[in-house]
Design a protein. Structure first.
Length: 132
């Protein structure tokens, strides 16, 4: 009987060691070709993005004064929507038309307190004040 208990005990200990080895195994190599996996994007050059956006924002007084519609066409997104202080709305086409016709102008315009928050390579938020 003692021999039987010894064999059972040793078998259980051996089984525990065998099962413990499965838990210690390293990660299995992945052979997934899943195209939905996240791809690391390069870190954006925040200083360069901030500099370029501040340059564009600080150029708006000149654009308005000189009625430079080509600059507006270059800067504004095709699907941009604007809400004006009086509550009306407009888009890029209307902005270009108003600047070309002189309906949208400013003889005195100052940009102040510009802040740029770069979110990633494709988006940033610019805030500040316009003194007209």
């Amino acid at each position: 009987m003692k021999r039987f208990l010894l064999v059972v005990t040793l078998s259980l200990v051996a089984a525990l060691f065998a099962f413990a080895q499965f838990g210690c195994a390293g990660p299995q190599p992945t052979t997934s070709t899943n195209t939905n996996m996240a791809i690391a994007e390069p870190t954006p050059d925040r200083a360069a993005i901030e500099t370029e956006l501040k340059k564009i924002e600080n150029d708006w007084p000149r654009i308005m004064k000189e009625h430079d519609a080509s600059a507006v066409k270059r800067i504004e997104a095709d699907d941009a929507v604007f809400i004006y202080p009086d509550g009306s709305s407009g888009d890029k086409a209307q902005d270009v038309k108003d600047i070309e016709s002189g309906a949208l102008s400013a003889d005195s315009w100052e940009i102040a307190d510009l802040k740029v928050n770069v979110l990633d390579n494709d988006s940033a938020v610019v805030s500040g004040r316009s003194i007209v």
